[in-house]
Design a protein around this ligand. Structure first.
Ligand code: AP5
Length: 226
């Protein structure tokens, strides 16, 4: 069954959006589009966009909507997203969501399916403090919950594992505050549009995946496409 829509994973830092988006993208054969990963790549490459985004990301603030929208539109123009895609970390403000709606109409794609991840602040802080990411393929580990077989080395491609510079406790608190101020209102926006689902993101990775698959199956039964 074709995905033919945008799936949006909404949730605070450390909620497990990236982990689940990666799994779901493989399952449904569509791209996993993380605006955080795109911005980190721009920073690493030292592009103009990266130079603009770097200080904001280091402070845990959001990057301005116009910059993010330009980046997303450019990414969606690639042929691999013609059959749908999974967004992780986007949209993050109501204006971003409104602009995405217009893009979806232009592309003739159905309504998005939005899943909000619920996780306590205590669990979020614990997860983020234990996160290590592969510097080559981007696979994510957690030293408490899902450690690599060899410390510091990715199980998948042998890449070196690194910690994100914005994962320090004080910056994570800033990111959580930005989430509460600017991103949480999106849940109401999508609820009013009748497309919001929620998942208990505090469960284990497999259990959350199963819950998401049930949500996708229910949506497919309702709309005829996922
Ligand atoms: P971004 O990269 O999007 O970060 P985030 O939204 O803060 O989310 P995280 O990547 O921290 O968490 P996650 O939910 O993906 O969790 P993960 O799966 O890794 O954004 C970074 C910055 O970029 C922003 O602060 C902003 O400046 C900028 N930005 C990005 N998008 C933007 C936009 N649209 N507009 C404006 N600015 C933007 O899991 C976390 C850890 O927990 C991992 O170690 C993982 O292994 C573990 N884990 C995951 N699931 C489970 C589970 N079920 N049980 C136990 N452990 C788990």
């Amino acid at each position: 069954m074709a995905l033919n829509r945008a799936m949006i994973f909404l949730g605070p830092p450390g909620a497990g959006k990236g982990t689940q988006a990666n799994r779901a993208a493989k399952r449904y054969g569509v791209p996993h589009l993380s605006t955080g990963d795109m911005l980190r790549e721009a920073v690493a490459q030292g592009t103009e966009l990266g130079r603009l985004a770097k200080p904001l990301m280091e402070r845990g603030e959001l990057v301005p909507d116009n910059i993010v929208m330009g980046m997303v539109e450019e990414r969606l123009a690639r042929p691999d997203s013609a059959q749908g895609f999974i967004f992780d970390g986007f949209p993050r403000t109501v204006p971003q969501a409104e602009q995405l709606d217009k893009i979806m109409v232009r592309r003739g794609l159905g309504k998005p399916l939005v899943v909000e991840f619920h996780v306590s602040s205590e669990t979020l802080l614990h997860r983020v403090s234990g996160r290590w990411t592969c510097s080559v393929g981007g696979e994510t580990y957690n030293i408490y919950e899902r450690p690599p077989k060899v410390p510091g080395i990715c199980d998948v491609d042998g890449g070196k594992l690194i910690q994100r510079t914005d994962d320090s406790a004080d910056i994570v608190r800033e990111r959580l505050a930005a989430y509460d101020r600017k991103t949480k209102p999106l849940a109401d926006y999508y609820r009013q549009h009748g497309v919001l689902e929620t998942v208990d993101g505090s469960k284990g990775v497999e259990e959350v995946s199963r819950a998401l698959n049930e949500i996708f199956a229910r949506a497919a039964g309702r709309d005829g496409h996922l």
